[in-house]
Write a protein that binds this ligand. Structure first.
Ligand code: SF4
Length: 433
């Protein structure tokens, strides 16, 4: 196994300066309500109350369709025709629904009112509603709001909006002197509990004792944030949350995202460097899990090396995933589409992509489909709406949303992540055999 090379030592600038095809046409994406599906599993005493239509309720139900809970941690307050026509006082109705919900569910400690297209259309002011309800129910229940509306958003922005809504209620930590070493490391972005446990152990083993995760598993365990905090993004779709943390004095550590063996190594290394961990200690702690990750990737390389892949813009994970499949699995990139290109956050990723990578931002779906058909890739990563038509045309597809729902970060998950790309190809081989 090769020693770890700090990213700033890499000579190449990758595709940091490559031209980007910017498109602003028709888009095919889910809305931000989808984030509730993974957020409600993470914050175990929170409830997500969508203030929306029957369509919103159906979206959440079908996205969560495989999970059946006796007491789910999300629901929809339906805005009906009377509300839309202005014949009913939507605020009164909302207060009544919240009162019934909280009376029945004393386990709820944090209630999110989640806005939707219909609540925005009738201009229901959910921030005022959240303030009013918080005054009524604190200290037992805090009520916050954010928008998951599908107007001008993509589905992972729901998590960004949710986490940004929590920032004003985070406890502030003491200011440190300008040259003081950071006191704590904050990992930002929802990770599956199993991944969180692995990351915490690795970071503790490196010698970083104060590690907090945001969002936390319990709403009463919100992390402190302040100038003594450095943070690492675990997910690439948290631009507003990152801006808010910066405004609170926290400092972001630039790194690729923890996907694959290389991504995880560079991500951990950014933390190790910020806390002054000696390189020898870093090698010692990461050697065994890196070896396991690289071994598990080897099993998929045979099937994937030389295969061509096309990413439609959907989850905002596309650039880190492209870096992973190209560098660690030997796949060739046809096009890497992303809904938004946050250059600052993506710089360490772009530095690792080939200089000639075709990057696109936004979407004009018909044009992009034409490019995809012309490329004839072996695998297409796209939203559910495009997957079936492309399969019907004979292409192999991977649903982008599956990559968000599945634990894929960290060394121990590297093989599972590779498997998500090799499985559709293996399935196709079986079908044609
Ligand atoms: S929020 Fe908008 S896009 Fe999302 S399900 Fe509701 S109506 Fe549809």
């Amino acid at each position: 196994m090769s020693p770890v090379i700090p990213i700033h030592a890499a000579a190449a600038t990758g595709c940091q300066t490559a031209p980007v095809l910017v498109e602003r046409g028709q888009r095919e994406v889910f809305c931000g309500l989808t984030g509730i599906i993974w957020l409600h599993r993470k914050i175990q005493d929170a409830f997500f109350l969508v203030v929306g239509s029957r369509t919103c309720a159906h979206l959440i139900q079908s996205a969560a369709g495989v999970m059946i809970f006796a007491e789910p941690r999300f629901g929809t307050a339906i805005i009906d025709e009377r509300d839309l026509a202005g014949l009913a006082d939507a605020n009164e109705e909302l207060d009544r629904v919240v009162q019934q919900l909280l009376a029945r569910r004393p386990d709820i400690k944090l209630l999110f009112l989640v806005g939707s297209c219909p609540s925005e259309v009738i201009k229901l002011d959910l921030s005022r509603a959240a303030e009013r309800l918080s005054r009524q129910y604190l200290p037992d229940v805090r009520v916050l709001n954010y928008s998951g509306s599908g107007i001008e958003t993509t589905f992972t922005q729901g998590e960004d909006a949710c986490l940004a809504s929590l920032l004003p209620v985070l406890p502030r930590s003491e200011a440190s002197t300008p040259d003081a070493a950071p006191a704590q490391l904050l990992i930002v972005g929802t990770l599956a509990d199993v991944v969180e446990d692995q990351m915490r152990k690795l970071l503790n083993d490196l010698g970083i004792a104060q590690v907090a995760f945001f969002p936390p598993r319990k709403s009463r365990a919100m992390p402190q944030v302040g100038p003594d905090t450095v943070y690492l993004l675990a997910q690439p779709f948290l631009a507003d949350t990152a801006r808010g943390l910066d405004a609170m004095g926290a400092r972001r550590l630039g790194a690729p995202f923890p996907l694959g063996s290389e991504g995880t190594t560079l991500w951990l290394q950014a933390a190790a460097q910020a806390f002054g961990i000696p390189q020898a200690r870093f090698e010692e702690v990461t050697a065994a899990p890196r070896a396991r990750a690289e071994q598990s990737l080897g099993r998929h390389r045979t099937a994937l090396t030389g295969k061509r892949i096309f990413f439609f813009p959907d989850s905002q994970l596309e650039i880190p995933l492209a870096r992973f499949v190209q560098r660690e699995l030997g796949m060739d990139l046809c096009e890497v589409g992303t809904p938004y290109l946050h250059r600052q956050q993506m710089e360490p990723e772009l530095a690792l992509l080939p200089a000639n990578t075709r990057l696109s931002e936004g979407q004009d779906v018909e044009r992009q489909l034409d490019r995809c058909r012309q490329d004839q890739p072996d695998l297409v990563v796209c939203g559910l709406g495009l997957a079936n038509p492309l399969e019907a045309e004979g292409m192999s597809t991977k649903w982008a949303i599956e990559l968000v729902f599945t634990p894929i970060q960290g060394y121990e998950q590297a093989g599972d992540l590779a498997n998500l790309f090799s499985r559709p190809l293996a399935r196709k081989l079986k079908l044609v055999a």
